[in-house]
Design a protein around this ligand. Structure first.
Ligand code: LMR
Length: 334
């Protein structure tokens, strides 16, 4: 401990880490997507910056693709202190007892990244992160991914085309309601199991931003995909509060800086990565990508927006209204 204190003192004094030897503080960062995604790349960026800014006093080990933990286990592991950083999708906080995060799953609530960022990078976002503290979790940032498309093995041009289909969803009650609204059968499933479930017909279809679909090769087992943009999928970067608060102040300052910069990076590359992935899906020739007409998109909106009202008692009418206020969304205008 004395050596570490000395070591940190040397860092604070601007000395090179190679000049001294001490055990670094290890931060395990676990996530479930491929490395070549907005979240995967941002996690690597955080590692690079955190190690650089602390001159090696911190070592970040990134475990991608559910290699360390799957969806449900990773939340438990964070609370137990077995892993120090996660970036779960906002749809996965309900089981933790923080239902408000499911507001991000409401269909069509965000018209694009600009509207979304008003919420995630503004006061509403900060209030949401603060709700994690009583659970022993500290919310550090929001990282973007993108807007979801429906996919299946038959064409999806109208809401009725989803009727009766078994659709994989993340563990969110809002997503469950969304699928019920179009009379499909929602199946909650860990991300790591989706490819196989689609391949073997355990489920018929799913919803994803393009980067997730493409990097998990789901397009190889889904013949049709429709650019509905019907919902958002993004992340909250979280840590174990006790761990974070227990870090030496100078280390935490450097990690905060690394987090701010990797957040800017994540949110800058998200759209580009999703556009690239969509181009990859198209080029593969395995999935027919359908762009709905304005009328068809309006029909999806009309069918799905009633989910907002139905989920009011779960998420909180006030929170939903505060998001409408930030983004200008008006359900009455559909
Ligand atoms: C999913 O389960 O579909 C996503 O939450 C995966 C992810 O982390 O993007």
């Amino acid at each position: 401990m004395k050596i570490r204190t000395l070591f940190l003192g040397l860092i604070a004094a601007g000395l090179s880490a190679t000049a001294v030897a001490a055990d670094p503080i290890v931060i395990k960062f676990s996530h479930v997507v491929a490395q070549d995604t907005p979240k995967g790349k941002a996690a690597e960026k955080f590692k690079e910056l955190a190690e650089k800014y602390t001159s090696g006093a911190v070592k970040v080990e990134v475990y991608a693709n559910s290699t360390l933990y799957k969806d449900k286990e990773e939340m438990e592991a964070l609370q137990l202190g077995a892993v120090q950083l996660l970036a779960p999708s906002l749809a996965k906080f309900g089981p933790l007892g923080v239902r408000e995060f499911e507001v991000f799953d409401l269909p069509y609530i965000f018209d694009g990244y600009e509207a979304l960022n008003k919420v995630t990078q503004g006061p509403v976002g900060a209030q949401l992160l603060a709700k994690l503290e009583p659970k022993g979790i500290k919310g550090l940032a929001f990282w973007d991914n993108g807007f979801k498309s429906f996919s299946a093995n038959t064409p999806i041009k109208k809401p009725e085309d989803l009727r009766g289909k078994k659709m994989r969803i993340q563990s969110s009650k809002v997503l469950e309601e969304q699928m019920r609204e179009v009379k499909s059968l929602p199946q909650v499933m860990a991300f790591s199991e989706v490819y196989q479930a689609l391949q073997t017909g355990v489920v018929d279809g799913t919803e994803n931003p393009h980067s997730n679909l493409f990097t998990q090769k789901m397009h190889e087992v889904q013949k049709h995909m429709t650019l509905t943009d019907h919902g958002y999928l993004g992340y909250a970067v979280i840590t174990n509060k006790k761990f974070w608060d227990g870090l030496p102040a100078e280390v935490r300052t450097q990690l905060d800086k690394a987090m701010v910069e990797s957040t800017a990076y994540a949110n800058q590359i998200a759209k580009e990565e999703n556009d690239k992935a969509l181009a990859g899906v198209r080029a593969s020739g395995k999935t027919e990508v359908y762009t709905p007409t304005a009328e068809e998109k309006a029909a999806f909106k009309k069918a799905l927006v009633p989910v907002h009202k139905k989920m009011e008692s779960r998420i909180g009418a006030e929170l939903i209204q505060s998001i409408y206020k930030e983004t200008g969304f008006d359900p009455a205008k559909l």
